[in-house]
Ligand binder design. Structure first.
Ligand code: ADP
Length: 455
């Protein structure tokens, strides 16, 4: 049993550690309704106290007036009687006024609005205390005999002789708290209704909040699955690279005649295999680049380089391909040397992709590469006179796997990943790629990079 508890406590501790935000939200969820209930109860109590205190100060002032104006010794009983009856009539809520005189056995009623008490002797604790301490004493009582639920406030004030200052009796006032109790009950029920509505709304909010927790857990799971997918793609493409290299090597040996002569038809088949292997190899390389870029694993070895050197390298690589299509491929030399800070291999990859695309999607005319400097930026412009594209296609151009599908592109192979990779690489090197294009006129891709200096 103990072991079970220890094991589960450990699990719980790990859960708390991993989900500290979740737990703090749970604590908040409990605290908020608790604080609302506490504040409402406090308000109800304060209001009740306020009503009772209001009545108490009313009774106290009536008691003081009565005690100061009553002269037991010199005033006839009849006058005192009518005096107390007048006070009771003028003060709503006063249910009884009694004037008592001290006797050896207790306090005898001299005059009272309650006729039944006349002549009776009482030994109430309040009377004794009032008389002994010479102070006004108030109490709250329930007159169980008449109405058990009704509460009364009583005031016992000492009556003193105006000349000698000697204590001569007690003025007793009984005041009903029915009105203030009704008011406070009404205010309590109003507060409780508001409390119930607030708690209901808070609970609704919490239920909604719980749904957000579900989303948060789902989101975390999705991220994990996404990462697993990325890892899988990365490992799978990487592992496929080795057998691919071997296949490519053997095909090239066969095509070069290093393993014997093949007839024309076999050579045609080999050519087709080679083309498809090249496509597969490109797809693998691009998939690897996508996963490296998405996981932030692509390395950049930044150094000052002359963009023109990169362009010349690409032109050297593609000039034969361009010529075979009857296209020109030229670089317009700029007066300033286009020096930028970048990774030469990555920049070469981008330039190869853009020039390769320009040749792929151009049927006549040619491709030019030129440079401009503007606001501290170097703009390298690759312009072609190719098929171009419309506005809608241009907007989606840098979306992964996006390929423009029309009768002009139907036979052109590709993955739709090249431009996405190119722009991501340039962005990682603090630049950007912009596109302008007119359908059937041509396209202009501009690589914008911070310009370094003129050499
Ligand atoms: P791929 O060329 O492998 O399909 P890219 O990402 O390089 O993939 O290009 C995406 C799409 O953009 C291409 O399929 C093509 O339709 C269009 N595109 C790219 N470069 C040009 C260009 N210079 N002229 C016209 N269309 C182009």
């Amino acid at each position: 049993m103990c072991l079970f508890l220890v094991l589960h406590m450990d699990k719980f501790r790990i859960f708390l550690k991993n989900n500290s935000r979740f737990m703090s939200s749970i604590v908040l969820m409990i605290m908020i309704p608790f604080l609302i209930v506490l504040s409402t109860l406090w308000q109800i109590r304060a209001k009740n106290d306020f009503f009772v205190n209001e009545q108490r100060s009313k009774a106290l002032s009536s008691g003081a007036v009565l005690a100061n104006t009553t002269d037991i010794i010199n005033t006839p009983i009849g006058t005192i009687k009518s005096q107390i009856q007048n006070i009771a009539k003028d003060n709503q809520g006063i249910t009884e006024i009694t004037i008592l005189k001290p006797k050896t056995t207790g306090f005898t009623v001299l005059a009272s609005t309650d006729e039944q008490k006349l002549g009776l002797t009482f030994t109430s604790e309040d009377y004794v205390k009032t008389f002994a301490s010479n102070t006004v004493i108030t109490s709250i009582i329930n007159d169980n005999a008449k109405s058990p639920s009704e509460r009364f406030l009583t005031v016992s004030a000492p009556i003193k002789d105006s000349l000698t200052g000697e204590k001569t009796g007690i003025a007793y006032i009984k005041m009903s708290l029915a009105q203030s109790d009704t008011l406070s009950a009404k205010s309590t029920s109003n507060s409780l209704i508001i409390l119930a509505i607030t708690i209901f709304l808070v609970l609704l909010l919490l239920v909604n909040h719980l749904r957000f927790f579900e989303y948060a857990v789902l989101f975390r799971k999705l991220n994990e699955v996404d990462k697993m997918k990325d890892d899988f793609i990365s490992i799978a493409s990487h592992e496929m690279k080795t057998p691919m290299a071997a296949i490519k090597g053997y095909i090239s040996m066969m095509m070069e005649g290093l393993v014997g002569k093949f007839d024309k038809q076999t050579m045609e088949h080999l050519q087709k295999i080679n083309t498809n292997i090249q496509r597969l190899d490109l797809l693998l390389s691009e998939t690897l680049d996508v996963s490296r870029l998405e996981q932030g694993r692509m390395q950049f070895d930044m150094t000052p380089i002359n963009f023109s050197d990169v362009t010349n390298q690409s032109i050297k690589m593609y000039i034969d391909q361009a010529s075979s299509k009857g296209l020109t491929l030229t670089e317009t030399q700029s007066t300033k040397k286009p020096i930028i800070f970048a990774d030469p291999d990555r920049l070469q990859q981008v330039m190869d992709n853009l020039i390769g695309n320009a040749i792929k999607y151009t049927q006549k005319g040619g491709i030019t590469v030129s440079y401009e400097t503007k606001n501290g930026k170097l703009m390298t412009v690759i312009q072609d006179s190719g098929i171009g594209m419309n506005e809608a296609d241009r907007k989606n151009l840098f979306t992964k796997f996006y390929r423009i599908k029309n009768e002009k592109t139907v036979d052109i192979p590709g993955t739709g990943l090249g431009l996405w990779i190119a722009r991501e690489i340039i962005r990682k090197m603090n630049g950007d790629i912009l596109v302008e294009s007119i359908e059937n006129v041509g396209s202009k891709f501009t690589i914008v990079m911070p310009y370094m200096k003129e050499e």
